[in-house]
Design a protein around this ligand. Structure first.
Ligand code: LLP
Length: 388
């Protein structure tokens, strides 16, 4: 819940904007780092969740590495000061230009997603007289039981190398003089709230690790990806249960001496630390439906339109003033010329008025970074809790 002081300050700021609670972010990062420390687990922050430089400064400060999926993200991580030795580069479609750039920056590891990519990487590294460290992303065929648009670890997904291609992959690795094979990588999906899924992942990781070790490969890194979910329905339950999450890997993963376990967390670290703050432009009362038309839409936060994702919506003006006791069901929509531009249908709210300030909660991950200029909208701004 927002403090009253926030709401009165918000009144004087032009909407819409992302409001980042940097103290909460710090607390979340600390909790995660402290939960991982006893096991010696390594955390790489997945920049794709949010590459806002202010947040990245904090994340770098806590000592995490960076998980990047484009040359742009690799560049951003280096600019912010992440140690290149802690940057991994994943992605199913790395261009030659991107690979070259990452080779020049001497990043820690390429998470490779196809046999052809191994060949290209080997060739490009050879041209530069370099050796690239690689981890093989394996598709483990583990169901993450999450929204089908954000599941990644099933046979039908485009990600990773399938188990039946591993013998050929092993041959390619052996034949690639400019690659150093250091480990195996997995990522089964995002917004995973059923932690049992990770037990299944551990079983598969153990099987694949044994397969490679039996072939004479020495695995230094077991990278289990990210995906830990957050509680969108109760955004005040702000810090995910990192302890329970890491405990599973400690219990179920077979880690050999000298092996490192790597994680790539995005949403769980930043998701609850931001809200999209927006104002009601118009209230439309119809016979069948009532609408609140906000000044933010799918161009600012695309998740509801794209995945029918739930974000809790709060009318901060009415919560703080208690001007109104009446509660009404509204469709809460944005200004964009698309019917899917809707943050919530039939959402129970206090009676709302033009000018009321709304918070769309849990918007720190895959929010600002997925904003678009569609309808030639103004770029969305950010406001930090330390500024107001
Ligand atoms: N590692 C890899 C290889 C990934 O593909 C992802 C996310 C992550 C790590 C970080 O996952 P996280 O810990 O944040 O769940 N736009 C969607 C989510 C897409 C996730 C893509 N991959 C959404 O708004 O829900």
């Amino acid at each position: 819940m927002f403090a009253d002081k926030d709401i009165s300050k918000f009144n004087n700021i032009e909407t819409p904007f992302y409001y980042y609670d940097t103290e909460l972010l710090q607390k979340t990062l600390r909790t995660c780092a402290d939960a991982a420390a006893p096991y010696g687990f390594h955390i790489h922050y997945a920049l794709k969740a949010n590459f806002n430089a202010v947040l990245l400064e904090q994340i770098k400060g806590i000592g995490f590495g960076a998980d990047c999926v484009s040359a742009g993200e690799v560049r951003r991580a280096v600019e912010v000061g992440f140690d290149a030795g802690k940057i991994v580069f994943a992605g199913v479609g790395k261009s030659d230009k991107e690979i070259n750039e990452a080779l020049d920056l001497d990043i820690f590891c390429f998470n490779v997603e196809s046999i052809q990519e191994l060949e290209v990487l080997n060739e490009l590294a050879a041209k530069k007289g370099k050796t690239a460290q690689v981890a093989i992303r394996i598709n483990p065929n583990v169901d993450a039981h999450t929204h089908h648009n954000i599941t990644t670890g099933l046979d039908e997904n485009k990600f990773g190398i399938n188990s039946w291609d591993l013998p050929e992959c092993a041959e390619t690795l052996k034949a690639s003089a400019n690659l150093k094979f250091i480990g195996i990588h997995f990522h089964i999906g995002s917004q995973i709230t059923n932690l049992d899924v990770y037990k299944n992942l551990c079983v598969r990781v153990n099987e694949f690790a044994t397969w490679f070790e039996d072939k004479g490969f020495n695995l230094k890194v077991l990278n289990v990806g990210g995906g830990l979910g957050i509680d969108y329905h109760n955004p005040d339950n702000q810090i995910p249960d990192f302890e329970a999450y890491f405990k599973i890997f400690n219990e179920f993963l077979e880690v050999k001496a000298g092996q490192e376990v790597h994680f790539e967390l995005g949403r769980a670290l930043v998701g609850q630390s931001a809200s999209l703050i927006t104002r009601a432009l118009y209230i439309k009362k119809g016979k069948k439906k009532n609408f609140v038309v906000l000044d933010a839409g799918m161009t600012e936060l695309m998740r509801p339109a794209l995945y029918q994702a739930y974000h809790k919506i709060e009318n901060l003006s009415q919560i703080s003033n208690l001007k109104s006791q009446i509660s009404i069901r509204y469709d809460i929509v944005g200004p964009i010329c698309e019917s899917t531009d809707c943050f919530g249908k039939e959402v129970e709210q206090p009676e709302s008025f033009r000018g009321d300030i709304f918070a769309i909660r849990s918007a720190g991950a895959y929010g600002e970074v997925m904003a678009s200029k569609y309808n030639l909208r103004d770029a969305i701004r950010s406001v930090y809790s330390t500024e107001i």
